[in-house]
Design a protein around this ligand. Structure first.
Ligand code: SF4
Length: 492
């Protein structure tokens, strides 16, 4: 079949597949990683595919229409996310009507709002992880089989005209097993074939970069975190270390322009034996690669040393807060004491740190926000990120905010301004929306725009890839100043 994978247009450089979909302050742009995995699966099954990334190519709806007209798809698989859902469904509907193709919606909101998505005109909605669901949908459509036998989807079964349709929700699909993850084609192969590596950028990696997953799912219960409850589930599943090292070797030989590989797993550092196996594999094959990953602030020093030797450059760490009670409230299961020890160890091992903080979680006050700002300055990460707390549907944080009347508006789409930057939609009696936004700006300026950051910036530049670190800092700084200089939009 001819299958068109679409990352639909929205605001410029919209990172739809990031954990907090938005236009990033530092100008980052994420790969459409989930679509690319599924596209690889379908291509291997013998389907003819096209992967169109509108935010990366600066395409509007007309450009997508024209491209789809030329490709003549039989099926369109289109990604959506909470922050852009109305737009995403409108775009898909337009392309679907013009092309006459069957439309399939994928992405985190599908697990929460399948009926609403079907009402928008979509033909089929996949729920949660969708690589093999898409494979089974294509097989059913191609061979005239019933969609009712495809697990993990919702669709409208057409009845007699006067009776209207009936929504069918097939049983949930089991999350892919570890062994099945090994059978999915390398996402980097799909990038090479269909995307331009130069289009993508992360402020915390060297460019050009690629993003890959080596495992899926996270058993932790952080109340604000969306992917475990809307897409990948809480069961940890991992590719074999050999399969991971095979892909790293593929990237090293077939994509020599790549300067850094970012491992996007929620939990790459969850299994020490696996970390050491991957690191040993890299060394044994003599791969000269630079990579980074997400990490939890309880990673041990021995693992860090092995990672550094195997080419690891940076750890992206969710510290979230400098106050232990706030950490407890958000079920982070990490203390500030652990975070301090972790930071010392990471620096000793020679690893850079991107520290992520959230301001405005339940229990936050001016005093705790100040404490978090002080904490960031004390531990001195190489890069910091302060985010406005955003209650994403499907998370415990959203339930808490909704039940207690903390939501200014129960519409996640209002959490982006018209340019796509993050905006606050939550307010507490003692810590208002204005307070949250004030402290996020204060934290960012207080970290980057003070003399205390000069030695940190200098240490970044003095590293092995100093010229590229400098280039990255300059690109991020451009986006950052543009963000700080924007006109704030009125309250929701
Ligand atoms: S550990 Fe990370 S991925 Fe897992 S629930 Fe917490 S924030 Fe989400």
């Amino acid at each position: 079949m001819k299958v068109y994978f679409l990352n639909p247009p929205f605001v410029p450089r919209y990172s739809r597949s990031s954990r907090w979909a938005a236009r990033c302050r530092g100008g980052a742009l994420y790969y459409p990683i989930w679509l690319a995995y599924a596209a690889g699966v379908l291509e291997e099954e013998g389907h003819k595919i096209r992967l169109a990334d509108a935010p990366a190519w600066g395409w509007d709806v007309e450009a997508v229409s024209e491209d789809a007209r030329k490709f003549k798809p039989e099926v369109i698989i289109s990604e959506c996310n909470f922050q852009s859902l109305t737009n995403d469904l409108e775009v898909l509907n337009k392309i679907k009507i013009e092309s006459g193709a069957t439309s399939v919606v994928v992405g985190p909101p599908t697990s929460q709002f399948p009926e609403r998505i079907l009402e928008s005109g979509a033909d089929i909605v996949t729920r949660f992880e969708y690589d093999f669901t898409i494979r089974d949908i294509a097989d059913a459509l191609e061979n005239g089989k019933s969609l009712e036998n495809v697990r993990g989807i919702s669709f409208e079964k057409k009845g007699k005209e006067e009776e209207g349709g009936k929504i069918v929700r097939t049983p949930d699909r089991e999350l892919l097993k570890s062994s099945e993850l090994d059978s999915i084609p390398f996402v980097s192969k799909t990038y090479k074939k269909y995307l331009n590596l130069e289009d993508y950028f992360l402020g915390h990696t060297l460019a050009p970069m690629v993003q890959i997953f080596t495992s899926r799912g996270c058993p932790n219960l952080c109340t604000f975190c969306s992917w475990p409850s809307t897409l990948m589930g809480r069961k940890y599943r991992a590719r074999s270390s050999e399969n991971v090292v095979d892909e790293l070797e593929y990237i090293s030989t077939e994509l020599p322009e790549v300067r850094e590989i970012f491992i996007e797993d929620d939990t790459f550092t969850a299994d020490k034996k696996r970390i050491l196996d991957v690191c040993n594999g890299i060394r044994e094959r003599g791969l000269d690669i630079t990579w980074s990953c997400n990490a939890r602030a309880n990673l041990d020093y021995e693992s860090m040393k092995a990672m550094k030797v195997a080419g690891c450059r940076l750890l992206d760490v969710g510290y979230e807060s400098g106050n232990d009670q706030i950490l407890k409230n958000m079920k982070k299961r990490i203390t500030t004491a652990e975070s301090r020890q972790f930071t010392k160890d990471a620096k000793k091992a020679g690893l850079m740190i991107l520290a992520d903080f959230i301001l405005g979680m339940p229990g936050e006050t001016k005093a705790t926000a100040e404490q978090t700002i002080r904490f960031a300055k004390e531990i001195k990460p190489n890069i910091v990120q302060f985010s406005v707390a955003t209650p994403i549907p499907g998370t415990e944080f959203h339930d808490i905010a909704s039940k207690n009347g903390y939501l200014l508006v129960d519409d996640i789409e209002k959490s982006l301004d018209s340019e796509g930057f993050q905006k606050c939609i939550i307010s507490y009696p003692d810590f208002t929306k204005e307070d949250i936004e004030y402290y996020v700006d204060k934290a960012l300026k207080g970290y980057y725009l003070t003399p205390a950051y000069v030695p940190v910036a200098f240490s970044n530049i003095m590293r092995k890839d100093g010229v590229h670190e400098l280039k990255n800092m300059a690109t991020s700084a451009k986006g950052f100043f543009k963000y700080l200089g924007r006109d704030k939009e009125p309250n929701v």
